[in-house]
Design a binder for this molecule. Sequence first.
Ligand code: 13P
Ligand code: SF4
Length: 350
Amino acid sequence: MSVETLYQEMKQKLERVVPDFELRYKAELAEQINQLKKEKNAVILGHNYMEPALYYSIPDFRGDSLDLSRKAAQTDKDIIVFCGVRFMAETAKLLNPNKTVLLPSEKAGCSLAASITAQDVRQLRERFPGVPAVAYVNTYADVKAEVDICCTSSNARAVVESLHSDTVIFLPDEYLARNVAKETGRHIIFPTLEKEGETKTSTTLDYQPVGEMVGWHGRCEVHEKFTIKDIQAVRQQFPEVVILSHPECSPEVVAASDFSGSTNAMIRYVKETNAPQYLVLTECAMGDNIAAANPDKDMLRLCAVRCPHMNQITLEDTLKSLQLNQYEIDVPEDVRLRAARSVERMIAIG
Ligand code: 13P
Ligand code: SF4
């Protein structure tokens, strides 16, 4: 495809969200990336949080964490370039030990993945012997290697229920754990918060617990920022707004929203419904991406909130990544084998 054709395609989709001079410049970069991608037999996976010009020009597949894990498991290309954050690229490597997996920026981490170590998991498991452990996919490979199964925000409930255990360890996102505990009718405890004299259990339950969940104190530095006050202020100004939140938001924010789900689920919800306005409480670039895909719908934004890690991934660095084969993801084989088992078990559940 010529630069001009790509530019015209991007313009058609993005002229309301990206300035024209930026689109022209980015179409040139995207065309070079697409050319090199073909020459090197590479596939590009793009998470829903990628900035709009990148999101709508170079990925072969776009999606949420679960979707992209599945795509990574199925690819027959030699190189996988992951436009997302490190834990996602690592997941692709776990499933494709013989392929080259590249992450365009070394700085694309995640506050959740950084919140827990393999040693933390081992200690917790010693404290709760025999209790099955679930790790959110937003963790590094050595942590995934210490648990029984992984989950994403799309399948967390199904994964917990698949364990058929009264007590489940669920790591490391405090808010996702609280939300899943509520969905699966569990009472939740936080041994580490208890130690620090903070909340021991969730607030008074409005359901009869059928089991227990053991959580950790990790938080997403983006989703923890949304508050009930934000929701009240927006509802006051736009009484008919439909508010969607990611389950990494606090249970209070999720309860005050009209819908909560993974990034894919929120995209689908906006596509399939018709409301006067929508507000998506998640990384801000996704609001732009949804607005571009739904030109007839009115998307409100709370754009103070951006993920500093997802934002590291640019077209410039993706081009360099393909040119210089950087930054290659490597996972020691003994860790990879155990971590891959946790991811494969999750994929088998759906
Ligand atoms: P999803 O799995 O919903 O795409 O979420 C990934 C993520 O990092 C959310 O902050
Ligand atoms: Fe991690 Fe939150 Fe960024 Fe997702 S949005 S990558 S959970 S810091």
